[in-house]
Design a protein around this ligand. Structure first.
Ligand code: HEM
Length: 445
């Protein structure tokens, strides 16, 4: 769908005078971008309340992110977030060798292997979380997934559950996202006492995690991100100062919490709506749990569960639009986007284009098997972004989601609550299934 034009102005998405496309954006901004991609092509303009910005979409932009990373930066986008915490820079805003160095500090701790070596911990957290509810009681789906995800990621990365700090972390991070990333809330929000108190408590929590780890640091050398952050901030504070190290201490929460929790919620919702797929996933889960806790290998032998996870990531791209700024003049789809322009990359737009995914709004796990393999074309499947900033936790997240769902289905019979729940997507600020709930109808083990 590459569009080429002699004019240097991409087409304008439909909208009303002055307010522009604000109504469509307010309803479902991401879906609006995906629809415009199908109708207008790889580059288009969107107007909202007198502001105008460009959206770049299609496999071509995902490929460009990977092949021309020097054309993009997110420095100015993330700088106020890290400055508010007391730092100057963080992983998402640096590029080139500096980015590669910072990413290396975290890589091992957020790899697939890091989670696979803690499978019993994950299944324990899931079962304990579920056992807090009785048969028939309504479980608030997203909140349940959030608490559970925070506990798993907290134990994995910081060696502790966030406990009382959970609400502070959520308030701190959501405020940052709404004020500086989606810009849906005014900057005055960060002067409010409730926010300032939450941020202070989050920082105190990070300091405790950081100092406790150094006080009890294992003698045997291991590639642990907290140790890497401590060593680097001590040896090279110009590169990473203490506050920047503290900020990254919380990375699993702010990068993984909403993303994993919301995808897990959407996935459970889809399974409860598709009893045939659920039965197959449950059979795979029972097989994996047959010898007790699933072994790392058994996760690879769960094709239906894996295809369900992929289809959920395609249909519900939590981070399906990413803000960027051109770091140089950038030619794309016949247009030149001048250096310094803010724009949006609709990385998940191809997920909804029928030329790549047949009947794209249909939940269909067969698209991932031979001979279809619809996701295998370059640039068409990008729930984790593309290029050097591709999600560092992608492998970990995929295994975590699969393991959580397998554990839930192995231990209990579940049903939507209410049974006639109709999916409603909302951005709070991440995309989430609003009002989704479920209940246990019977224990299985
Ligand atoms: C389903 C779950 C997840 C989704 C859909 C997701 C999605 C993404 C996306 C789209 C990006 C790219 C952002 C950009 O280019 O601007 C990203 C970056 C990142 N993600 Fe994830 N993520 C998930 C889970 C996680 C988890 C569990 C962790 C860690 C525990 C994590 C850590 C990171 C980090 C550190 C980055 C920044 C990478 C960089 O700038 O080099 N993510 N994620």
């Amino acid at each position: 769908m590459t569009t080429s034009t002699t004019s240097n102005i991409p087409p304008l998405a439909p909208g009303l005078p002055f307010v522009g496309s604000i109504l469509a954006l307010a309803q479902d901004a991401q879906d609006f971008f995906y629809t415009q991609y199908r109708q207008l092509g790889n580059a288009f303009r969107v107007r909202a309340l007198g502001r105008e910005f460009k959206v770049l979409a299609g496999p071509e932009i995902n490929i460009a992110m990977a092949t021309q990373p020097d054309a993009f930066t997110a420095w100015d986008i993330w700088e106020p977030v890290v400055r508010d915490f007391g730092g100057r820079r963080t992983l998402t805003m640096v590029d080139g060798p500096e980015h590669a160095r910072m990413r290396r500090l975290l890589r091992q701790s957020f790899s697939r292997e890091a989670l696979v070596t803690h499978i019993p911990m994950v299944t324990d957290v899931v079962v304990e979380s579920l056992r807090r509810y009785t048969v028939g009681a309504r479980i608030p789906g997203v909140y349940f997934m959030q608490r559970m995800t925070a506990d798993v990621l907290g134990l994995l990365s910081n060696g502790r559950v966030p406990g009382d700090q959970f609400d502070d972390i959520v308030l701190w991070w959501n405020t940052m996202m709404e004020v500086f990333i989606s810009r849906s809330k005014p900057v005055s929000k960060i002067s409010q006492p409730a926010y300032r108190q939450a941020r202070a408590r989050v920082k105190e929590f990070a300091t405790t995690v950081f100092t406790d780890r150094q006080a009890n640091r294992p003698v045997a050398a291991e590639d642990n991100f907290l140790d890497n952050l401590a060593d680097t901030s001590q040896q090279d504070p110009e590169f990473l100062n203490h506050d920047e190290a503290l900020f990254l201490t919380l990375v699993a929460y702010f990068a993984g919490l909403d993303t994993v929790a919301n995808v897990s919620s959407f996935m459970l919702y889809e399974l409860l709506k598709h009893p045939d797929i659920l039965a197959r996933v449950r059979a795979e889960a029972d097989q994996a749990f047959a010898q007790g806790t699933p072994a790392a290998d058994s996760l690879r032998a769960m094709p239906t569960l894996h295809a369900t996870a992929l289809e959920t990531l395609r249909l519900y791209p939590i981070a399906g639009v990413l803000p960027r700024i051109t770091a140089r003049d950038f030619e794309f789809a016949g247009y030149v986007i001048p250096k310094g322009e803010h724009f949006m990359v609709a990385n998940a737009a191809p997920h909804f284009a029928p030329q790549f995914y047949a009947d794209p709004y249909r939940f269909d796990i067969t698209r991932y098997s031979e001979p279809r393999l619809e996701h295998k074309k370059r640039g068409v499947f990008a729930p984790f972004g593309s290029g050097p900033h591709t999600c560092l936790g992608a492998g970990l997240a995929e295994v975590q989601i699969m393991l959580v769902i397998a554990t839930l289905l192995h231990h209990a019979e579940l049903a939507l609550d209410p049974a006639n729940y109709r999916l409603k997507k909302a951005y709070l600020p991440s995309m989430t299934p609003k009002g989704f709930g479920f209940s246990i109808t019977a224990w299985r083990s």
